[in-house]
Design a protein around this ligand. Structure first.
Ligand SMILES: Nc1nc2c(c(=O)[nH]1)N[C@H]1C(S)=C(S)[C@@H](COP(=O)(O)OP(=O)(O)OC[C@H]3O[C@@H](n4cnc5c(=O)[nH]c(N)nc54)[C@H](O)[C@@H]3O)O[C@H]1N2
Ligand SMILES: Nc1nc2c(c(=O)[nH]1)N[C@H]1C(S)=C(S)[C@@H](COP(=O)(O)OP(=O)(O)OC[C@H]3O[C@@H](n4cnc5c(=O)[nH]c(N)nc54)[C@H](O)[C@@H]3O)O[C@H]1N2
Ligand code: SF4
Ligand SMILES: [Mo]
Length: 754
């Protein structure tokens, strides 16, 4: 079957991008309580968020509500929770109610701006669907309200009756993680699972094994050439960097988007380079091979700071441009041109590493893909160089340091439900392997905190069946989501505007500490924060001195270790960390045994991979007959976290963001037209979804937004809109990291009724 798909970005979209670039990039305009509570104006404003750059949409939206409140507003310096960027935010309240939110100028992620999603999400605290009291499931399978003391003592009875290895905690969002982890430790259980296996397991595993550094931060403001790989950056970018991306062209810098579909971020890119999904590793190997064969890499950097480079270089040399072209579908000329552009711009250039999604938990080769992105940037010598990758300096805030400040160390839990060799590169932290352990009966009780496995893990039917087998399932959340519906006990949590969090370190040229401060009083008095829940549970389980401190005590101790003032953070939200300023050219500390960057890595070999990166094929190969299912983020939503926000959801409905993207030529072949309902089938099941027919995606891929398809009736804003994509994905794990292989799925498509 031959196809003639024009993969070039049309000149029209380039023109549009230049027009948009002249507008102001992100909005510091206020959101008013009236707008995000009443609805209408905010939805107009969100058009600015969807289009990302055209933030002028904000101004008319708020023009009608310019009146200042009669009582002068109170300012609270806090942190947004609309996505993992966790931007510094200033909340303004009048008479105890939220009036507007703006970006915090001194925070490296916001730089004074908030994106539309962050503005819109500020309404979540006022949602009518929030859980307001503890609930217990009755014989009939419905819930009765109970008081906290009864709930805690009944739960404590069940947890303490079980063996430690039979109890597990699942926690994804950032709220007070040390408290939940400490609770598992105090019980003696090693079964504390984050969302890494569905999010970023491969990223952390690869960096830890070969380098032991912090995550790199790109420096788009000074870059001359950027390769964006599988990242819908416009949808996920830091507000502080938005202007830097918009100004790339004015500075004569260039950016290519290497992706299987055109993401909104193409507005800032010079070119879309479509790549067959699942072959990103081949792309990177081909570019590295070319840099090495042509001696166009930073020999001083790799020989001074690297280890095992010769073995690595020998392996890379076999990956020719022609080989990479054959795998990726990108012409060898184009691959050569990208390698050349990188070499000429180095060190003021980088290949971007998305922080999750596609790289963190996608294919059997994802952990090697991450390793290659890291090593390719090392070949460019861009570490702590202007326009390259920045590695922030952070103080060590570990148990020993906190102990010095009065937070007693308790031994780490060791009783594990997983075999010792599960996911060696992530030390067994696989929430997905843990669901398998529940299904097999080795985990009997679970506490699930602010995460929704039924919607967000692969194989919803399997996850539901496993969770149903638990003796006791406790769900802590602000909403009655699909997972909470399965619980024996539901504990109601407050929202980010109502509580504090553990103090965060934010790496940057000068790193900062940031604190979430409560902006408003609790709206529902019976809700609690995560630290309070675990302190109370710790007491109910009689876990001795494990919880003889409060969140404030913990934060004061952490601040003392960092050398920042806790009281300063309470009043200002952010504070620079002493001795954390970087100078261009500083070499990051490689926390490996030899103190070097490992081009050849024994830990990979020990985990059943190879010491140096090598090509391996994803287990399923996408074709035009069976395209790959890709799932990704929309600008206005954050995973399934934000779906009950009325403004954000109203926007999604208005602009029909639930559509599945299908390549136009492919669609023609199946007689599928824009807006048709299409049946999408995988080994896990079949769903029906409306489609957007477009040339902006390769025929080898079908793309679905990640956020929709809520089936929980009490999550009223989202209920019934769109379909949930993760249920189509089988539960296959990468053996080395325990990450779910979320993109290792191909689909059959058919027009409904055809
Ligand atoms: N369907 C789907 N699956 C995904 C993804 C996706 O985008 N869509 N993304 C993948 C990735 S990269 C990640 S990181 C994970 C994340 O997936 P999860 O860790 O499961 O997180 P979310 O679904 O974003 O949010 C979990 C729950 O938080 C609750 N919640 C929302 N707002 C608040 C609040 O203000 N306070 C409290 N206490 N709770 C609240 C909601 O009930 C929501 O169901 O999912 C992965 N899987
Ligand atoms: N607006 C918004 N921002 C977010 C989030 C959100 O939900 N919404 N979620 C946050 C979280 S938790 C995470 S982990 C990050 C994720 O952010 P990103 O890493 O940007 O993740 P995605 O949007 O899932 O994927 C990026 C793009 O990669 C392409 N793609 C997906 N799979 C493949 C593939 O196999 N091959 C190729 N070649 N391309 C592929 C798709 O076009 C997709 O749009 O974003 C964070 N920021
Ligand atoms: S990027 Fe937007 S949603 Fe995410 S933390 Fe920053 S302002 Fe909030
Ligand atoms: Mo994520």
């Amino acid at each position: 079957m031959s196809k003639t798909v024009d993969h070039r970005v049309s000149s029209q979209s380039i023109i549009t991008s230049h027009v948009i670039r002249e507008e102001k990039v992100m909005s510091a305009t206020k959101i008013t309580r009236r707008s995000f509570l009443a609805g209408t104006a905010g939805v107009a404003a969100l058009a600015g968020c969807g289009a990302w750059a055209s933030s002028n949409a904000w101004s008319p939206a708020y023009a009608e509500d310019e009146t200042e409140p009669t009582v002068p507003p109170k300012q609270i310096h806090t942190v947004c929770d609309g996505c993992p960027n966790q931007c510094g935010m200033v909340a303004y309240t009048t008479e105890g109610e939220l009036w507007r939110v703006t970006g915090e100028a001194g925070h490296p992620h916001s730089g004074g701006y908030l994106c539309g999603r962050g503005q819109g999400y500020a309404g979540i605290a006022y949602s009518e669907d929030r859980l307001t009291q503890p609930l217990k499931k009755n014989e009939a399978g419905t819930f009765d309200a109970i008081d906290w003391d009864t709930a805690l003592s009944e739960i404590a009875q069940k947890l303490t009756a079980a063996k430690p290895e039979e109890v597990a905690i699942f926690q994804a969002r950032s709220s007070c993680k040390p408290f939940a982890k400490r609770f598992a430790d105090a019980l003696g259980s090693a079964n504390y699972f984050t969302d890494a296996a569905i999010h970023d397991a491969d990223i952390y595993a690869a960096i830890k094994a070969i380098a032991g550094t912090e995550l790199p931060l790109p420096d788009p403001a000074n870059a001359q050439y950027i390769v964006m790989l599988d990242k819908s950056t416009n949808d996920t970018v830091l507000p502080a960097d938005a202007e830097a991306f918009a100004e790339l062209h004015d500075r004569g810098a260039q950016m290519v988007l290497v992706d299987s579909r055109i993401t909104p971020f193409v507005r800032e890119a010079d070119e879309w380079v479509p790549i067959v999904p699942g072959t990103e590793l081949a792309f990177l190997l081909g570019i590295a091979g070319q840099l090495i064969r042509t001696n166009a890499y930073d020999t001083t950097f790799v020989t001074t700071y690297g280890e095992g480079f010769e073995e690595f270089a020998k392996e890379m040399k076999q990956y020719t441009l022609e080989w990479a072209s054959d795998k990726t579908g990108i012409s060898s000329d184009k691959l050569g041109a990208i390698a050349n552009s990188l070499a000429s711009a180095a060190p003021a250039c980088y290949v971007d590493m998305p922080t999750g999604g596609t790289f963190g938990a996608a294919y059997g080769n994802s952990v090697d893909t991450v390793r290659m992105v890291y090593l390719l940037n090392a070949l460019l010598g861009n570490f702590n160089q202007k326009g390259g990758w920045i590695f922030g300096k952070l103080p060590l805030v570990d148990d020993a340091a906190l102990e010095g400040q009065g937070i007693t160390t308790i031994p780490t839990g060791t009783a594990s439900a997983l075999a010792a060799d599960v996911a060696p590169l992530t030390s067994g932290n696989s929430c997905v392997a843990a669901v398998q352990a529940i299904n097999e009966g080795s985990i009997k009780d679970a506490i699930i905190v602010e995460t929704n496995p039924v919607r967000d893990y692969p194989a919803a039917a399997y996850v539901t069946q496993a969770l149903d087998k638990l003796d006791c399932l406790v769900v802590c959340d602000s909403f009655m989501n699909e997972t909470a519906e399965l619980a024996d006990y539901v504990l109601p949590l407050d929202t980010y505007l109502e509580h504090s969090n553990t103090v965060q370190m934010v790496p940057a040229m000068t790193s900062v500490a940031a604190l979430r401060n409560p902006a408003i009083e609790r709206i529902h008095p019976e809700t609690r924060s995560v630290d309070e829940v675990f302190c109370a549970l710790g007491q109910a389980c009689q876990l001795g001195d494990a919880f003889n401190f409060t969140l404030e005590d913990y934060n004061r101790a952490a601040c003392a270790v960092m050398g920042v003032s806790y009281d300063g953070l309470v009043s200002q939200g952010v504070s620079t960390i002493p001795n954390s300023a970087l100078s261009w050219g500083d070499v990051p500390t490689f926390a490996t045994e030899s103190g070097k960057l490992l081009f050849s890595c024994q830990a990979f070999a020990d985990a059943g991979l190879s010491a140096v990166p090598q090509w391996s094929e994803p287990s399923m190969r996408a074709s035009e007959a069976m395209p790959r299912l890709l799932v990704g983020e929309e600008a206005t939503q954050y995973d399934t976290y934000t779906i009950d926000d009325d403004q954000l959801m109203e926007y999604a409905k208005k602009y029909e963001l639930d559509k599945t993207w299908i390549n136009a030529d492919l669609a023609e072949e199946f007689s599928i037209a824009n807006g048709d309902i299409v049946e999408i089938q995988t080994s896990e099941g079949t769903i029906e979804a409306p489609v957007k027919v477009t040339q902006q995606i390769m025929p080898e891929a079908v793309w679905m937004p990640a956020h929709f398809g809520c089936t929980a009736e009490q999550v009223k804003q989202a209920y019934g809109f769109g379909v949930a994509p993760k249920q189509l994905i089988a539960m296959n794990l990468e053996p080395a990291t325990g990450a779910a292989m979320m993109n290792d799925v191909t689909v059959a498509i058919r027009k409904v009724g055809a």
